[in-house]
Design a protein around this ligand. Structure first.
Ligand SMILES: Cc1cc2nc3c(=O)[nH]c(=O)nc-3n(C[C@H](O)[C@H](O)[C@H](O)COP(=O)(O)O)c2cc1C
Length: 419
């Protein structure tokens, strides 16, 4: 078997092309991108990161403006514990985002939502519960639990009428994380329908420490596979992180993986939510332009382009409008870093904050260019246009390249589309 298309992913009664486009937060993996994956018979993800913001963009709603208005009085206050999400409005935004995506779905594939536990939103349990359940209410095909151990997430959904029919999976980066999840979820008498095993070369936040380069995806997948076999657990495994060609995917599928999850290749697709000029930054990047650093206030290392405008930017925290990283007590590591710099530079109009970033505002504005390790290879996946820019690709082109290519080759677009 040489091509990814020689394999199929069986999820319940669904037989799928074994390509999963991973969730990319704050509308980088747009509904359009996920819909293409489903139309082509694979699996797409939307993300539930900052859904009220995404809904405002998509549907011209006023979720963010209204929240800011409600908490305007608190903007200059260091204590953000007052700034709570209205759960009914959060449910409404999620249902709009999910519902309209599902209504547009064509083809035999699936659309899942990536749900990150690290979005603690000043009320971790309550907001996560609403996000999970409203996605199910709105008809999502399934939920991928991400960025966290999710020890209580199955229990939050167990009395939902769709708990057994929706596809539910989790992303882990170690056998230990999977074991913990299974142990804590055992009471709900439901196993995950799939497990994404994300290695250290992925984009976004990493489930490793700053020693990420010591780890290897093949090794982690093999370890998890061996343990599951010993436990007689038959759950589809989906490796992710650094799978750049169809042949890379076949390497995993031939060794028992059920599918692969990929993302970086799709960051330069037309359907990806990044603005086009930023897609050019991804194309232009060399290996030295990419780093894993500790500026995310979530505490997880994150991979990004070194020239991201977010790095060093000292904007005022905007928790009254956003506030997705506020913990249960209304704290965020960026607020502390920002206040420290303001105190150290009395009278300065603008401060620089190097050690942390205002993740919500920077992701919302596409100023934090998170990316996968192999972003520097994207330039080899397309052609240059007359003005020297790189031609964007269609998601269909990239999907089909993964699906049909052999021998580590990458198909270039046949005719560069007009600029
Ligand atoms: C730009 C970008 C943003 C991402 N954002 C998220 C996210 O919000 N949540 C998440 O669980 N994974 C996120 N990821 C990880 C992907 O879903 C995926 O698992 C991983 O990047 C696959 O590896 P690859 O990019 O090397 O193909 C992101 C990846 C990229 C490239």
């Amino acid at each position: 078997m040489e091509r990814l298309d020689d394999f199929r992913l069986q999820l319940g009664r669904h037989e799928l092309v074994p390509i999963v486009i991973g969730g990319m937060g704050v509308d980088i993996s747009t509904a359009e991108l996920a819909l293409e994956a489903a139309r082509l018979g694979g699996v797409g993800h939307i993300s539930d990161a900052m859904v009220p913001t995404v809904a405002d963009r998509r549907f011209k709603t006023r979720f963010v403006k209204d929240k800011l208005k409600q908490y305007k009085y608190n903007v200059a206050n260091d204590d953000k514990s007052d700034v709570q999400f209205d759960l009914a409005r959060l449910a409404e935004a999620t249902q709009m985002h999910v519902g309209s995506t599902m209504a547009a779905k064509r083809g035999s594939g699936l659309i899942l939502i990536n749900c990150m536990e690290k979005l603690t939103m000043n009320a971790p349990r309550e907001t996560l519960r609403v996000r999970l359940r409203s996605a199910l209410d709105a008809g999502i095909d399934g939920i991928t639990l991400a960025a966290g151990l999710h020890l209580g997430s199955f229990a939050m959904m167990e009395d939902h009428p769709r708990f057994h029919d929706a596809k539910l999976g989790i992303i882990v980066s170690s056998l230990r994380a999977l074991q913990l999840f299974l142990k804590k979820s055992a009471r709900t008498r439901r196993l995950p329908d799939y497990v994404v095993v994300e290695g250290p070369l992925a984009g976004g936040h990493l489930g490793f420490g700053m020693d990420w380069s010591q780890y290897d995806l093949h090794t982690i997948v093999a370890e998890i596979r061996a343990w599951m076999a010993a436990e007689q657990l038959d759950i589809p495994l989906i490796p992710a992180g650094g799978i750049f060609t169809g042949s890379d995917a076949v390497d995993f599928l031939a060794h028992g993986a059920a599918a692969v999850q990929v993302a970086t290749r799709f960051t330069v697709s037309k359907e990806c939510g990044l603005p086009d000029d930023i897609k050019q930054e991804y194309f232009k990047a060399s290996e030295d332009d990419i780093e894993v650093n500790g500026i995310s206030p979530t505490g997880y290392p994150m991979r990004m382009l070194k020239n991201s405008p977010a790095i060093g930017d000292g904007i005022r925290p905007n928790c009254e409008a956003y506030g997705y990283i506020l913990d249960a007590n209304g704290n965020c590591q960026y607020i502390q870093a920002y206040n420290r710099e303001v105190a150290a530079h009395p009278g300065a109009k603008k401060v620089k904050v190097w050690d942390k970033t205002c993740l919500c505002t920077q992701m919302r504005n596409f100023d934090l260019w998170t990316c996968g390790h192999y972003t520097y290879r994207l330039k080899d996946t397309t052609v240059r246009l007359h003005d020297d820019s790189y031609a964007l690709l269609t998601a269909e082109h990239i999907f089909n390249d993964y699906r049909y290519s052999k021998d580590n080759s990458i198909a270039l677009p046949a005719h560069p589309p007009a600029a």
